[in-house]
Design a protein around this ligand. Structure first.
Ligand code: F0G
Length: 458
């Protein structure tokens, strides 16, 4: 592959962005309590906070939105989405939801009782939060290499099958109402899961009759990694690979804000008819009628088109190459990241870049703050603040293995020169990294603290 793949689109509508002066950036980050989530978006130059809902829709998607059918029940938009859902995901039943966590909430509410366990390769924080909110125990059983940022393996998102089996035997199937897997593994660097691993995980869950749900947020990117890296898949289309992946599961939760390339949307799918009846009732109570699920008809149309565009090979080739370009350029500059680069984001290894700052003093927050100060760049800490927690039973503070700062790349939004600017900014920070000091938390809520926590410099 060349070092870069030119954008397979041209720009026909633009949105101005600007770098505000350094003094204003200083003021903005202080007002935000040094939490990048709390900065006003207009004060950001390049926004890598998330790839969720931040993608640019195509003219096909905008055209489809104009045809949205806003009927309360049974709208044409629903049936257009259903056709794509049946084709790509192939589950017997689904409901649209306004985003991924709405699907997670319904599933957790219906299936999880206090003290129950939900294994996965790695849960994303909203999934963790929803499981914990029902008194459940989300458990990560990813392969050991995932915790080594420098281990270059093809499918670093794979679950450890031996650990999964031992876990089920230890906790007992009656305490495991569902099992999950996240593709790609966002919390561990956006790393893919192999088809072989999905097959093995599926076989174990089926052996124990544990319903298997895929967290499908980045299914298209995962499919393309399988095509590139897994023997036997080079000649298959991303669509065929996706179909095979979902045939192994009993259901899925999805935030279409990622590989649906829409600004809002998601779904919850299942093959279980009685569960589907309960899902519908829950949805009606909280989200909306089952044919719109908290969305407008036009949103369903945008999703239907977006799922197919996300599976387009030329798009996926560019998408993965763009992320690899950013990652490889940083590595060349000696800036540590999770290797190899994933699909939707580059994860800076703050613990290694700022090795002189102890983990309790939040190297990830330090780095995210400096990126904004230096270049008006917004990235998110996904480390000690996002994944650390106080154990409800022992009262002990749990520190995650990794302290990362994620630069998530919005789909079809930034060009290569934006990425070059990002690399330059990080080089400047790396050059003066030894002088940086850590932070401490001054406010934090009980769950999902990274969104609203506040900090102060040490
Ligand atoms: N699962 C994964 C793997 C995710 O990455 C996300 C969201 C969700 C579930 C929840 O979906 O936001 O639509 O409710 N991830 C975003 C991110 C927020 O920035 O990575 P949601």
């Amino acid at each position: 592959m060349p070092k870069y793949v030119p954008e397979p689109f041209r720009i026909k509508m633009i949105e101005p962005i600007r770098l505000i002066p350094a003094a204003e950036r200083e003021q903005a980050i202080r007002t935000a309590g040094y939490n990048t989530f709390a900065i006003r978006a207009e004060d950001i130059f390049l926004d890598y906070l998330t790839d969720s809902g931040t993608g640019a829709m195509s003219h096909h998607q905008w055209a489809a939105m104009m045809q949205g059918d806003e009927s309360y029940a049974g709208a044409r938009s629903y049936y257009r989405l259903k056709e794509v859902m049946d084709h790509v995901f192939g589950f017997k039943y689904f409901v649209p939801t306004h985003q991924g966590r709405a699907a997670e909430n319904i599933l957790a509410n219906l299936l999880i009782k206090p003290g129950m366990f939900v294994p996965s390769n790695m849960h994303f924080d909203t999934t963790e939060g929803n499981i914990r909110a029902r008194g459940g125990r989300p458990t990560n059983l990813i392969r050991a290499e995932a915790y080594d940022p420098r281990a270059r393996v093809d499918f670093k998102g794979d679950m450890d099958i031996a650990k999964l089996r031992a876990f089920i035997e230890e906790k007992g199937v009656e305490n495991i109402p569902l099992g999950m897997i996240t593709i790609t593994n966002n919390a561990g660097g956006g790393q893919p899961v192999s088809m072989q691993n999905l097959r093995d995980v599926s076989a174990v869950y089926r052996e124990y009759r544990i319903p298997f749900f895929i967290d499908a947020c980045r299914f298209a990117e995962n499919s393309y990694f399988i095509k590139l890296r897994e023997p036997g898949y080079a000649d298959k289309t991303p669509l065929e690979i996706a179909q095979e992946m979902f045939s192994l599961a009993d259901g899925a939760t999805m935030s279409a804000k990622k590989d649906g390339i829409v600004n809002i949307g998601g779904f919850l799918a299942t093959n279980d008819e009685s569960l589907f009846e309960r899902i519908k009732n829950e949805l009606i109570l909280r989200e909306g009628f089952p044919t719109y699920g908290g969305l407008a008809g036009r949103d369903l149309d945008a999703m239907a088109v977006g799922f197919m565009e996300a599976l387009d090979e030329r798009y996926l080739e560019y998408r993965l190459a763009q992320t690899a370009y950013l990652g490889d350029s940083l590595l060349e500059a000696g800036i540590p990241i999770i290797e190899p680069p994933g699909a939707h984001a580059i994860y800076l290894d703050a613990k290694r870049l700022l090795a002189h700052i102890p983990q309790r003093e939040l190297p990830g927050i330090t780095l995210a703050v400096e990126m904004y100060r230096q270049g008006g760049i917004r990235a998110a800490e996904l480390g000690t603040v996002a994944f650390g927690y106080i154990d409800p039973e022992t009262g002990e503070e749990h520190l995650p293995e990794l302290d990362l700062v994620r630069m998530a790349i919005p789909r079809r939004v930034y060009t290569q020169s934006h990425l070059d600017y990002t690399v330059e900014t990080l080089k400047e920070i790396a050059g003066r990294s030894k002088k940086l000091k850590g932070y401490r938390i001054t406010y934090q809520p009980r769950l999902m603290r990274h969104f609203t926590a506040r900090f102060e410099p040490l």
